[in-house]
Ligand binder design. Structure first.
Ligand code: 0X9
Ligand code: ZN
Length: 449
C-alpha cells in the first residue's frame, strides 16, 4: 500500500519516535535533485532500493536514525516523498512467519518438482541439487566452482540430454544480490523443470546445454534468512570496521568502478577493494571464462521492476549488435506476457535503468565475448524485494516461458548467423586484466553447431 506524504504514516514507539525502517519513494525531476539524493549514499541507514535518476521514481529504505537527515535533504531539494512501507520490520514479520510455517511443513521431498510454495534456505537448495544429480545421472552434472567467503560451496548445475556433447550453452544465474529472493526461486524452478520433467521441454533440452547457478551469493542469501532480510552484498570483511561485503554486481573487471559504484565499503554499491576482490565473483568468472566459447547466452536474474536489460551498464552507448539483443529480449517478453506476466521494459542498462559498471552482464559480453547477455529484473509488484510466496509460482512459470523463447532464439540465430549468433564477434580481452582471466582456458569448450 502506498501512503501519500503528509498522512500519519510512520510507526512510532511510546516516545513518538519512528521505531522501524521505512521505505520512501521520491521522483527527482532534475539532475541537481538526483545528485543531492545520491549524496546520501553510503550514509549508515540509507539504502537505495532503486537509485535515483531523472524522471523516474526511486525507492530508499531508511533507518529510524537516518530518517530526519533524509527527509531534511528531500525537503531542501524541494522533493515530495511518499511512504511505500511505514514499518518494514512488521512487513518482514509477515514474510518470516510464512517462512517458519512452511519450514514446519517439511523439506523438499526427494524427486518432487519444486512446487514454488516457499523460499528455500541455501542448504535446502544444495540438498536438492545433490538429489537431482543422483536421481538423473544421465542428464545432470554438478560443478563445484569454489567456496564462498564463509566457506559455502557454489554449485553450477549442468543439465543436458548429452552432457559430453558440448552443445551451445545457456547460462542462468540468480541471487547475486542476496535480498532478491524471487530470483533464486525462479532459477530453481527452471532447474527442476529442465532436469526432472521427463515429458515436457524436449524443445529446450535438444541440442542445448544449460548451466544454472541458483544462488550466486550464498553467504548473503543465508544472511537474509537469519539476520537481515534486506542484505544485498557479499559478507566479506572490509577495511571499515562494522561494514561488510561488496556488491558482487560491481565487482567484475570490465570498466570496474568507473560509474554507478562506490569506493566506500559501507555503501550498498561498494565495488570491492579491487576488481574480483570477491571470491564469489571470481568463481563465476573462472567458470564462465573456461566455458566462454560454448556459452552463447548469459542471463542473470535479479529483482525488481520488470526489466530485460542488455549491455552496457558502463556507458550510454549501445553495443554494435544491440538490435539483435533487443529483438531477442522482445521475443522473451512476448512469451512471458502470453504466460500472464505484466510486460517488461527492454533496453540497455544505462539507458533504461542507470549507469553502473562492473556488472556480470557487461563482463560476460565485453570480456568473455558471450554474444547475448541480459539482466532480468523480475517483478516486485507493490512488494519490492519481499514478494509474498503466493507470487512465486506465477513468476517462475512465466519466466520459464521466457527462457523457452530465449532458447529458441539461440537456436534460430545459430542457424542463421553461425556460432557467434550476432554480427559482432567477441571483443578481445584487455591485456591489463589481472588474474586468471588472462590465463588460457582450463577446459576445452567448443560450441557445437
Ligand atoms: O544495480 C544492479 O546491479 C541491477 N539492479 S538491482 O536493483 N537488482 O540491483 C542492475 C544491473 C544492470 N547491469 C549493469 N549495470 N551492468
Ligand atoms: Zn539485483
Amino acid at each position: 500500500m502506498r501512503i501519500p506524504c503528509g498522512a500519519v504514516t510512520l510507526s512510532t514507539n511510546l516516545f513518538g519516535e519512528v521505531s522501524s525502517f521505512t521505505v520512501l519513494r521520491v521522483s527527482p525531476a532534475t539532475q541537481e535533485q538526483v545528485t543531492g539524493l545520491l549524496s546520501l549514499d553510503g550514509r549508515p541507514g540509507v539504502d537505495w532500493w532503486t537509485p535515483p535518476r531523472v524522471g523516474a521514481p526511486a525507492d530508499v529504505m531508511v533507518s529510524p536514525e537516518a530518517r530526519d537527515a533524509v527527509l531534511q535533504q528531500m525537503n531542501s531539494l524541494g522533493l515530495q516523498w511518499e511512504v511505500l512501507h511505514s514499518d518494514l520490520q512488521q512487513h518482514n514479520g509477515v514474510v518470516d512467519r510464512e517462512l517458519a510455517a512452511a519450514q514446519l511443513a517439511g523439506r523438499v521431498a526427494a524427486d518432487a518438482y519444486i512446487d514454488n510454495k516457499r523460499y528455500f534456505l541455501y542448504d535446502e537448495i544444495e540438498d536438492y541439487i545433490k538429489r537431482v544429480a543422483e536421481n538423473h545421472p544421465n542428464r545432470v552434472k554438478v560443478h563445484d566452482i569454489g567456496r564462498t567467503f564463509e566457506g559455502r560451496r557454489m554449485l553450477v548445475v549442468h543439465v543436458s540430454n548429452c552432457p559430453y556433447c558440448n552443445y551451445t550453452a545457456i547460462w542462468v544465474d540468480a541471487g547475486i544480490h542476496a535480498r532478491e529472493w524471487i530470483a533464486p526461486a525462479t532459477a530453481l524452478f527452471a532447474l527442476s523443470q529442465l532436469a526432472e520433467n521427463e515429458t515436457a521441454h524436449a524443445d529446450m533440452r535438444e541440442q542445448l546445454d544449460w548451466y544454472i547457478l541458483v544462488v550466486a551469493n550464498p553467504d548473503g542469501y543465508q544472511f537474509t534468512h537469519t539476520t537481515d532480510r534486506m542484505w544485498r552484498k557479499t559478507r566479506s570483511t572490509t577495511s571499515m570496521p562494522g561494514c561488510y561485503g561488496a556488491d558482487p554486481n560491481r565487482n567484475f573487471d570490465f570498466h570496474w568502478n568507473e560509474v554507478g559504484a562506490s569506493k566506500n565499503p559501507c555503501s550498498e554499491t561498494f565495488a570491492g577493494r579491487n576488481a574480483f576482490s570477491e571470491i564469489e565473483a571470481k568463481n563465476i568468472r573462472t567458470f564462465l571464462w573456461d566455458n566462454r566459447l560454448k556459452i552463447k547466452l548469459y542471463i542473470s536474474y535479479h529483482s525488481y521492476g520488470n526489466f530485460i536489460l542488455y549491455p552496457w551498464g558502463y556507458t550510454a552507448e549501445n553495443p554494435k549488435d544491440w538490435q539483435t539483443l533487443k529483438s531477442v529480449a522482445m521475443k522473451a517478453n512476448e512469451a512471458m506476457v502470453r504466460a500472464g506476466s505484466e510486460p517488461y521494459t527492454i533496453g540497455s542498462s544505462t539507458q533504461t535503468l542507470y549507469a553502473a559498471a562492473g556488472g556480470s552482464d557487461d563482463w560476460a559480453k565485453g570480456f568473455a565475448g558471450i554474444p547475448l547477455s541480459y539482466t532480468i529484473e523480475l517483478p516486485g509488484y507493490k512488494f519490492g524485494f519481499q514478494l509474498p510466496t503466493s507470487y512465486i509460482d506465477a513468476v517462475a512459470r512465466q519466466s520459464f516461458e521466457g527462457l523457452r523463447a530465449f532458447a529458441s532464439e539461440v537456436k534460430r540465430l545459430r542457424a542463421v548467423n553461425g556460432p557467434n549468433l550476432t554480427v559482432e564477434t567477441r571483443a578481445f580481452p584487455r591485456r591489463t586484466q589481472q588474474g586468471r582471466a588472462q590465463a588460457p582456458p582450463t577446459t576445452r569448450a567448443f560450441g557445437r553447431l
